[in-house]
Design a protein around this ligand. Structure first.
Ligand code: FMN
Length: 368
């Protein structure tokens, strides 16, 4: 199912940008998981637009868990989380019926759904739906953390500006979830300026996000098609505007030799480790106990205020397009908690596949 992900826990995302409410259902969560509302609020606030480098749409994201939770814990029944859309101005999107935005899903949705899709604000394809996605992952992240598994993401690069990367072993990873999501504050300031400059020119910018997962046990993931890489990539490509995913050295493997790329095994305090982590903690689709390290490429926001060319689908003629509405000049900083959340959802499901759902409730994930 295209709006669902997961095998042991099935997560289903629903709603439209300008509909009454958006939400997510998690079917298969074990009973007894504690819900940390403060952490969910924190992650939602990190995704929320802020200042001149984000859309002017302001949503409080006051979520409600309407089923599957009782006395602060999951019940085992399907958990449904709803978020209302309040700051909606649909009139700015009427032009989409005739003139699709280049780079957005207006045209493909119109073709696939025969003109019946809700086009207002990007409808079901809108980045707005990443709010419930963020909330659901934020419900799971403290459960993983209590089992020693920590997920963290930062901006790796925007244009030529690079943040400090996670170390090859991610042992010194930055886990702060306060402020702009770069490790190097100065790089963060330069990135903000770069985004502002693009916004002043009516344009948008893309960038790369790096994600690290520490404490993930060895032996999780299936060979061939349900590996850790496959599963994460399926989830991460679901995030609107994500156009590339790479693990470890990723495309860098293309110009390295085996002797440079192979991660030598070693024993450290009784634990099998590798001296380098070019494979991003995954061999044969199965985790090897090293930190999972991967990056996603986020494209520039398709809706830009600069005039563009498009096709009028009614007249069949090319014409100029001046987009109205409220849009992000960059998605990258807002997508950080989304990437963390999608990772949490996918990794919880994989852990359940390997160890059974009880592993989410035990103090420690089974160690090999
Ligand atoms: C957090 C977030 C915010 C977004 N904000 C906007 C926006 O303001 N305007 C826009 O045109 N696209 C925005 N997008 C991207 C579009 O939703 C996306 O490009 C579109 O659905 C087409 O999908 P694709 O880029 O994956 O092909 C956003 C995406 C995310 C993750």
């Amino acid at each position: 199912m295209s709006n669902s992900i997961g095998k042991n826990i099935v997560f289903t995302l629903f709603g439209e940008s300008h509909g009454g409410e958006i939400g997510i259902v998690a079917d298969g969560l074990p009973a007894g998981l504690a819900i940390d509302n403060e952490f969910i609020k924190l992650q939602l606030s990190r995704r929320r637009p802020a200042g001149s480098i984000s859309t002017a749409r302001r949503e409080a994201d006051e979520y409600r868990i309407v089923s599957g939770a009782f006395n602060g814990k999951t019940t085992g029944a399907p958990l449904c989380l709803l978020i209302p859309n309040k700051d909606v101005r649909s009139s700015a999107y009427e032009f989409l019926k005739e003139t699709p935005r280049p780079g957005h899903a207006d045209y493909t949705a119109a073709v696939k759904y025969g003109g019946f899709a809700d086009y207002r604000g990007g409808g079901h394809f809108s980045g707005r739906l990443t709010a419930p996605l963020t909330a659901m992952g934020a419900l799971l992240m403290p459960i993983l953390k209590a089992r020693g598994i920590d997920i963290s993401a930062h901006i790796y690069s925007v244009g030529d500006i690079k943040d400090k990367p996670f170390t090859p072993t991610a042992l010194e990873m930055e886990t702060s979830r306060q402020g702009f999501p770069t490790i190097d504050e100065a790089a963060g300031e330069r990135i903000k300026e770069y985004i502002k400059e693009a916004a002043d020119n009516g344009d948008s910018v893309g960038g790369i996000i790096e994600i690290a997962v520490t404490g993930f046990p060895a032996g999780v993931g299936e060979p061939w098609f349900d590996g850790v890489e496959n599963s994460l990539a399926r989830g991460l490509f679901g995030i609107p505007a994500v156009k590339g995913v790479e693990f470890g050295l990723g495309f860098g493997f293309g110009n390295s030799t085996g002797s440079q790329a192979n991660d030598a095994f070693s024993l450290e305090k009784g634990k099998v480790v590798t001296k380098t982590n070019n494979n991003g903690g995954i061999n044969g689709g199965i985790s090897n106990g090293m930190p999972l390290i991967y990056r996603i490429a986020v494209k520039p926001t398709p809706s830009i205020y600069k005039e563009q060319r498009t096709l009028n689908l009614v007249s069949g003629k090319e014409e100029g397009l001046k987009i109205e509405g409220r849009h992000d000049p960059a998605i990258i900083h807002r997508a950080i908690p989304v990437a963390e959340s999608v990772s949490a959802m996918v990794l919880c499901d994989l852990l359940c596949e390997q160890f059974g759902k009880g592993c989410l409730l035990q103090r420690e994930v089974v160690k090999l």
